[in-house]
Structure formats: C-alpha cells, structure tokens
Design a protein around this ligand. Structure first.
Ligand SMILES: *Cc1c(COP(=O)(O)O)cnc(C)c1O
Length: 374
C-alpha cells in the first residue's frame, strides 16, 4: 500500500471546486465577488437602516417566492442557527407535548431539548435505525417534529402531514433540505433552516417559514405569559421580522450571501430547478456506488436516499485514509459523520455544487481507492 500522503490525483481529474461539505458548504465565487463589490456600502452599517432592512426584506421575499408560500405565511428569522431554533420552538411552538421522529443526531437533539424543558410534558419519541426513517403516529401531542433530511445519515423523508392529527402543528427541521429538496406548504406548518447548507452562506442565523396556524400558535403561547428568554422569544422575532429586522444584531455578510444564493436559485428556475440539479448529482453518486466493487450507498431504501447528502460505505478501503488523501488534493470535507461510526464518506450535493464535480469526485475516489488497495 502506498503511504496515503504520497498519492497525488492528476490535476485534470480534479473537480472544478473541491468543497463537498455538509455545512458550511460550498459558497459560489459569484457570491463572494458580489460581497466584495457591495461590502463597502453594506458592511459596517446599521441593521436598523434602509440598506440592511431592504436586504432582509429581499431575503424574506426570495424565500417566499422560492417556496411558493401561500398568503398568510410569514418568513421569520433570528440569530443562532437551527440549534437555537430548537430552543425557540421549545419555548414558542410546543404547547404541552411534542412527538419527534428520531433517526439521527440532529433529530435526537431536538427531542433532547423538549425532554429537558420543565414547562413541557415528556415528548413522545418515535425512532428508527440510522439509515432509515420512522413514520409519525397520531397521538395525544400538539406538535409533530419531523426532519426533511437527516444530515448525519443521508436519509431524506417525503413530507406529508400525518393522518388523524387534528389541528396539531407539523414542524420540520429542513436545515440541509431547504432549497435542495421539493416540499409542499400544505403538508407543513413550520419549515425552518439555517443558511450554511443549500443556501451557500454562513452559519448563525435561523429562518422559519410559518403557516397562519403556526402564527396563531405563537400568539396563543405568548398570550399565556409563559416565561421565555427574550432572545428565544418567537413573538419578538416575529414582530422584528415583520419590520425586516432581527431582535439583535445579525451578521450582515451572512444575510448578503444568502440573498445572493436566493436570487441565483430564482434566476435559474426556482426550487424545481434546484431539486432537479440535486437529483442529478444524487443519481451520479448512487449509480457509481452501486456499480462499484468497494462502495455501497448506506441507505438501502432508494426512496429514502438523500439528494443533498450522500452517505457511501466503503469496504476494504479506510474511509479516513480516503478523506485524508482527498483533502491533501484539495477535495475537502468528505468525512463521514463521526458519531455514526461507519467506514463511510459523506458528500454534500447542495445546489451550488456542480453535478459534473460530483462525477469528477467519484473518479477521484476510484483513483485513490485503487492505490490505497494496491
Ligand atoms: C446542520 C443541521 C443542524 C444544525 O444547524 P446549526 O445551524 O449548526 O445549528 C440541525 N439540523 C439539521 C438537519 C442539520 O443538517
């Protein structure tokens, strides 16, 4: 076996961009160029003044258009990313008891957040093995917590409102799915995410698309006087968002890069274009793995294989060596999710990633595997 560090992938085989992370993920050059261009006018200026409020307004309108949100839906945002939104939802969306579909690290963390909250009943957890997803069960709960794409395992679920749940809310962690996978607002009440995945921006912001029923829930909980830290208060966030602001100071560059990506997605053809593009990347990588002698898609059920995060098991090649060699050659962040503990590569295929680069990646992996196995 060649020492891993000695393997050099021929330059002509390399993808045009080597960023395949699952968040932070590839930011397109055009976004960064636009930031350099507009930066002097926007960076270092007040988020309470028109230029930045217009930027926030553009993001809110862009999201509304991308997802074809019906009248009455609102785009709410605040600081802290999706992890903080779990705490926001624990205070501002769950009335008494939630149900969580747990099928990986991220969905588990939200379940842990509501379980720890003294003001809520113990959540009902419906779980399944990593590499699969469970189905919701109609029960005595007021909020169903789904995950559109489990980034830790590469499992995506089709979003449908569970049958027989009355007027309970369906709230969806779409952190890695939003902008890369199709969904219908009729099936969902809250669709929340952060911008460092399909939206090719930076972390630290949460964005929640809220249905009229979700808005009513926010108002109702607020009216009961439940103690809520102001920075986690969804009613305060809602009021600020309506004025195209955040409660406290946001990272302006994050919002700018997000807006650039939204405008690009809309110009290319919107969500259907984005979803077709990630589907193309997914078909390239899964077809390659299926035909490979040493690589296999981790998710057995083809319908549950994510189009934005591919998890590929390796046999006879150490995935850690593979990722290390790729990194030495400028192809970064293909490492598997550590806690999953599998000999696996994980590849982000968000809309910013060129499908041709995914194809180039598979050829590079083959090239390295041949030499690692020799
Ligand atoms: C990345 C991710 C998160 C965490 O997002 P942060 O913005 O880092 O808090 C939560 N859920 C899913 C599904 C994710 O992919």
């Amino acid at each position: 076996m060649q020492p891993a560090t000695a393997i050099t992938i021929p330059a002509e085989m390399l993808p045009s961009d080597g960023r395949f992370g699952c968040g932070p993920s590839k930011v397109r050059d055009a976004q960064l160029d636009a930031l350099a261009e507009a930066g002097r006018r926007l960076m270092g200026t007040s988020h309470r003044q028109p230029p930045i409020k217009q930027l926030v307004g553009s993001v809110r309108a862009g999201i509304r258009e991308l997802f074809s949100l019906p009248d009455g839906w609102e785009v709410v945002l605040g600081n802290g990313g999706s992890t903080v939104f779990w705490d926001v939802a624990t205070f501002g969306l769950v009335e008494q008891r939630s149900q969580h579909l747990v099928f990986g690290e991220f969905s588990q963390k939200f379940a842990d957040a509501t379980a720890a909250a003294p003001h809520l009943g113990q959540p009902m957890v419906v779980s399944s093995e990593p590499g699969t997803h469970p189905a919701a069960i109609a029960a005595d709960v007021d909020t169903y917590c789904l995950t559109h794409n489990e980034t830790s395992t590469g499992v995506a679920m089709r979003l449908t409102r569970p049958a027989g749940i009355g007027d309970a809310l369906v709230i969806v962690d779409a952190t890695s799915a939003a902008g890369g996978l199709a969904w219908s607002p009729s099936e969902v009440d809250v669709y929340y995410f952060a911008p460092q995945k399909s939206f090719a921006s930076d972390g630290g912001l949460w964005i929640a698309c809220c249905s009229p029923r979700a808005i009513a829930r926010i108002e109702k909980i607020n009216s009961t006087g439940r103690w809520t830290p102001a920075s986690l208060d969804l009613k305060i966030a809602l009021d600020n968002s309506r004025a195209d602001q955040t409660y406290n100071t946001p990272a302006i560059a994050t919002i700018f890069l997000l807006d650039q990506q939204l405008q690009w997605m809309l110009a290319q053809g919107g969500l259907s274009w984005c979803a077709a593009r990630t589907a193309e990347s997914a078909s390239i990588i899964y077809n390659w793995a299926q035909q490979s002698a040493y690589a296999t898609p981790f998710v057995a059920n083809t319908a549950q294989r994510s189009h934005v995060v591919a998890t590929i098991d390796l046999d006879g090649v150490a995935a850690s060596d593979m990722s290390a060699v790729l990194r030495n050659n400028g192809i970064v962040d293909t490492d598997g999710y550590r806690k999953l503990g599998r000999n696996q590569l994980r590849v982000g295929m968000f809309p910013a990633v060129e499908p041709a680069d995914v194809a180039a990646l598979t050829r590079c992996v083959d090239y390295v595997a041949e030499r690692l196995r020799a």
